[in-house]
Ligand binder design. Structure first.
Ligand code: ACO
Length: 401
């Protein structure tokens, strides 16, 4: 039901929908999602086909501009991103100010917001050209910031990009290149990261994307809106779940590996513990991304020759939970984050960086949704409330309270 035109006819009448479980906040042509059937499509293309045949740069273009690019369009877009990828040297001073223990998501959110100070024209987007430039800038600079956040955490000197490489290849080199060592790209790693980024690229009006749209609806700039999205993604009920999953699996391992005990804890309504990586607000049968990532995780572990006991615990947990009445009756299935952390871990990415990797993947989705919101000239987001506090109270001076 579209109630957006009812204002004026419904004086005093509002809907109450905590968590927006049944509220559409906008009309969107970016991502199609059918939670009952487990379908996810970007601009009409199935996620399975894109993960198999496409690459992340193409998917970025598809999400933001609506169609898959021709070879020429893709090259030009890549060049435009590359020419805008340099991050101001002064941003490094801000990075230096953070303690080594700072969580990469906090660092990323702060640095992305700081970019507005160095790119003031990106704040006030007046034309399609301004918009295109702001989009290319954030696409160019954000992977640099993610790589810097990682290198800071690892105590490595900051690395610079290499314009002879593809978008994802360049990012991987900026992350993993070691001083005084020739960098060699591992195709297994490249393929796995590219797939993961594609699978995370958009997911309609999830918490962080809604945040980007809400913040952007006040005409705050693209970078500020993305910075807010990063903060929203950080939480363990959203993107932070990939970190929480590995931490949970490690806890189970340290506790002797008895995962059935943790299934019982998750079912106990007096225990706040939840099985991280299980359940989803909209997928009520299976998460199609989880199916693809599960296979990719097995491939990566085989190719890299890694025998990870944490994966055995994950397999056992998934198997038992999937046949358990509590999980079945509530439609709780492993979600994308249940398996993505296992891949990141196999690739040697430290746990606090997992959600930052998710943010890099989600960046094109945030941009596409922000662009759509601005081009649709959507009104400022301003929900109402159901006030349940005191309606009127007489003020009592402090000495009489
Ligand atoms: N473990 C145990 N029980 C759970 C879990 C879980 N992971 N998830 C939901 N439940 C139970 C709830 O306790 C509730 O039970 P009840 O009906 O007896 O009260 C029922 O299932 C429904 O749960 P809600 O919290 O109402 O579902 P909602 O749609 O609001 O939440 C969410 C979805 C946040 C993903 C939830 O399933 C959860 O917390 N999962 C764990 C965190 C996680 O993996 N998040 C990643 C999401 S995917 C992503 O962001 C990419």
């Amino acid at each position: 039901i579209d109630i957006s035109k009812l204002r004026g006819l419904t004086s005093g009448i509002t809907t109450l929908d905590p968590g927006f479980k049944n509220t559409s906040s906008c009309k969107s042509a970016v991502t199609f999602l059918d939670g009952e059937k487990g379908i996810l499509r970007y601009r009409g293309y199935s996620i399975e086909e894109l993960a198999d045949k496409s690459d992340f740069l193409e998917v970025i273009y598809l999400l933001i501009f609506g169609d898959l690019p021709t070879k020429k369009e893709k090259q030009q877009f890549h060049r435009d991103i590359q020419t805008k990828s340099l991050v101001d040297e002064d941003v490094k001073k801000i990075l230096d100010g953070f303690p080594k223990s700072a969580h990469p998501m906090g660092v990323l959110s702060a640095l992305t917001s700081a970019l507005t100070a160095f790119n003031p024209k990106s704040v006030d987007v007046r034309s399609e050209k301004d918009m295109y430039n702001a989009i290319c800038k954030i696409l160019g600079k954000f992977p640099v910031l993610v790589a810097w956040a990682y290198r800071k955490e690892e105590g490595l000197p900051l690395a610079y990009g290499d314009n002879s490489l593809g978008y994802v290849e360049n990012f991987i080199k900026m992350m993993f290149e070691l001083p005084n060592e020739k960098f060699v790209m591992n195709p297994v790693v490249l393929d796995a990261i590219d797939k993961l980024l594609i699978l995370h690229a958009d997911h309609e009006q999830n918490c962080s994307t809604s945040t980007v749209r809400v913040v952007g609806s006040s005409h705050a700039g693209l970078f500020a809106s993305i910075s807010s999205g990063i903060s929203a993604l950080w939480g363990p009920l959203h993107g932070g779940a990939n970190q929480a999953v590995i931490e949970m699996l490690e806890d189970i391992k340290a506790d002797g590996g008895d995962y059935k005990k943790y299934i019982a804890k998750a079912k106990d309504k007096n225990d706040p513990f939840r099985l991280m990586g299980f359940g989803h607000r909209v997928y009520k049968n299976f998460d199609p991304r989880a199916n693809i990532i599960k296979v990719a995780a097995e491939e990566v572990l085989n190719d890299l020759g890694i025998d990870d006991p944490v994966l055995d615990i994950a397999r056992g947990l998934a198997q038992v939970a999937l046949s358990d009445e509590y999980f079945k009756s509530r439609n709780l299935y492993p979600n994308v984050d249940f398996y993505s952390g296992i891949i990141y871990r196999a690739l040697g990415i430290p746990v606090p960086m997992f959600t930052a990797m998710f943010a890099l993947g989600r960046l094109p989705g945030w941009i596409a949704q922000w662009k759509e919101m601005r081009l649709n000239k959507e009104p400022i987001s301003r929900p109402r409330q159901l006030y349940i506090g005191a309606t009127e109270r007489a003020y009592v001076g402090i000495d009489k309270r």
